[in-house]
Write a protein that binds this ligand. Structure first.
Ligand SMILES: Nc1nc2c(ncn2[C@@H]2O[C@H](COP(=O)(O)OP(=O)(O)O)[C@@H](O)[C@H]2O)c(=O)[nH]1
Ligand SMILES: [Mg+2]
Length: 239
């Protein structure tokens, strides 16, 4: 089952569902919409009328990307809706054509990451500055968190349901893309192994990014918090 958080993504929903259906047949999709002012939920309901595998978790207000993903994961785990969960953005940044590869890899790997930073991966329409910044941020995140993953902020990630049951989703407090790092950090500490495969990330064409200064700061702080946690634990083991 796919989970897709949405906030003001009305124009992306129909093309997104079209591409998912072409690439991955009737794969169930759970949208999590936070009462988007642009009527994204109405657009999802319109498509639900002809597609029984489109589900909608409608939340009352903007609760953040991280909590939208958490709520969807908790619902799937509690209600036993699927053997695996794949999270993806609604803005077509993550090519739905790669879903069959993701689903195939999930048969043998507990956590599968669509990665920009393995051979063959990358980002479309990114200038040198943005590439450098993103690569640097990922290197910093990998070194400080100690998680052996090249794309720590990847948002196209698949999880076997059983590996998600090894971590406590309520302990994860990050809201922006720090959520993506915190998930990987906590899964790593729970003993999960990771498999990365290359994706070409596409910058959105419709709608606006919800990226903010607050999200950036949270993202910059997370690797430091993770490093402190690792040091404290090492001290408590040796001391
Ligand atoms: N439900 C929900 N979805 C959100 C929220 N913030 C962002 N999203 C969705 O999360 C995904 C990633 O957000 P986006 O704005 O593209 O971030 P960017 O890729 O970092 O620029 C998109 O599908 C957004 O619609 C939120 O507060 N609630
Ligand atoms: Mg985006």
């Amino acid at each position: 089952m796919l989970i897709i958080p949405t906030y003001n993504e009305r124009d992306n929903i129909a093309p997104l569902v079209g591409r998912i259906r072409s690439a991955a047949g009737n794969e169930p999709v759970l949208f999590v919409d936070d009462n988007s002012p642009d009527g994204t939920a109405d657009e999802i309901r319109r498509i639900q009328a002809t597609d029984a595998n489109i589900h909608l978790l409608a939340r009352p207000g903007k609760g953040g990307y991280g909590s939208a993903c958490r709520d969807a994961m908790k619902k799937i785990l509690h209600e036993n809706l699927a053997d695996y969960v794949i999270q993806s953005d609604a803005d077509l940044s993550h090519p739905p054509e790669l879903l069959p590869r993701m689903i195939d890899l999930l048969k043998t790997s507990p956590v599968v990451i669509g990665s920009r930073y393995v051979a063959g991966g990358g980002a479309q329409n990114w200038d040198v500055r943005r590439r450098f910044l993103s690569f640097g941020a990922n290197l910093y995140a990998r070194l400080f968190t100690g998680v052996p993953v090249h794309d720590m902020t990847a948002g196209f990630v698949g999880y076997q349901a059983d590996v998600l049951r090894k971590i406590n989703l309520d302990e994860i407090g990050s809201e922006g893309y720090a959520f993506l790092m915190e998930m990987k950090f906590n899964l790593h500490r729970a003993g999960a192994s990771f498999r990365e495969f290359p994706i070409i990330f596409c910058e959105r064409e419709a709608g606006k990014s919800k990226f903010s200064r607050k999200i950036l700061l949270e993202g910059m702080r997370f690797p430091l918090r993770a490093l402190k946690k690792r040091i404290r634990q090492r001290d408590s083991r040796t001391g």
